[in-house]
Write a protein that binds this ligand. Structure first.
Ligand code: CA
Ligand code: CA
Length: 231
């Protein structure tokens, strides 16, 4: 009985420790496995601190993760704006020039904007009634280095968008700007060629169990044929 009590106490202590540790640290995704959106270098209008070289996007059941990398500069040099057009419709959301920042939003009609490393950083939602952006409480967390900014946003804070969504990254440093992409928008999940047909990456994961079943079927057929041939 005493041993059981000690064991239960040990499990309780361990679970408390694990929950404290996991609350204190963010497990960032493996960016090599994320969707990659390279951007030209030297296409910014100001210093290289704002020149995006590549952006990454990925998501899991709870969060969507973003990362932007820069050609140079030091930590804290630039502001990153991420626009999400979750219904992929330019007629809904902010379009044309951003109502707050005046940057050209290309063909986006953005419902959400995430501001990072700015005095008004956080999650912003487009309000069609007032025709303006409204700050929204969120649990968006971020980190940065000399040449990168990465963040994660809770999907529930974004009203659980249905993928795919359209995205535009804008970085700026004292008024100057870099866009990724330079025209139009990025689509996430990214399209990837499969047997000559473009399909979304999330559909690929749906397909993979069927691919496995098919391969297993082929293997079984070969095995059975070989057995039958045996004298
Ligand atoms: Ca660039
Ligand atoms: Ca829209």
């Amino acid at each position: 009985m005493r041993r059981l009590f000690t064991a239960l106490l040990g499990i309780l202590f361990l679970s408390l420790l694990v929950s404290t540790v996991s609350a204190g640290f963010i497990v960032w995704p493996n960016w090599d496995e994320a969707a990659k959106y390279p951007d030209s270098t030297g296409d910014q209008t100001g210093p290289i601190a704002e020149d995006m070289t590549i952006c990454y996007v990925t998501h899991d059941a709870e969060y969507i993760y973003f990362r932007a990398e820069f050609a140079g500069g030091t930590i804290g040099d630039r502001v990153l704006l991420i626009y999400l057009d979750v219904d992929r419709n330019q007629a809904t959301g902010d379009s044309g020039a951003d109502e707050d920042w005046s940057y050209d939003l290309h063909d986006l009609g953005a419902e959400w904007r995430i501001d990072v490393n700015s005095p008004v950083q956080g999650l912003w939602k487009w309000d069609p009634g007032s025709n303006d952006w409204i700050a929204v409480l969120s649990q968006t967390a971020w980190d940065q280095g000399d040449a990168y900014i990465m963040l994660r946003a809770r999907l529930s804070d974004l009203d659980n968008p249905q993928f795919p969504i359209n995205i535009l990254f804008i970085s700026y440093y004292i008024g100057d700007t870099d866009w990724n992409p330079n025209a139009g928008h990025l689509e996430y999940p990214a399209l990837r060629p499969v047997g000559g047909i473009l399909i979304a990456v999330d559909k690929l994961t749906l397909l993979s169990p069927w691919v496995a079943v098919t391969l297993a079927g082929v293997a079984l057929t070969i095995f059975a044929t070989k057995r039958r041939r045996r004298p």
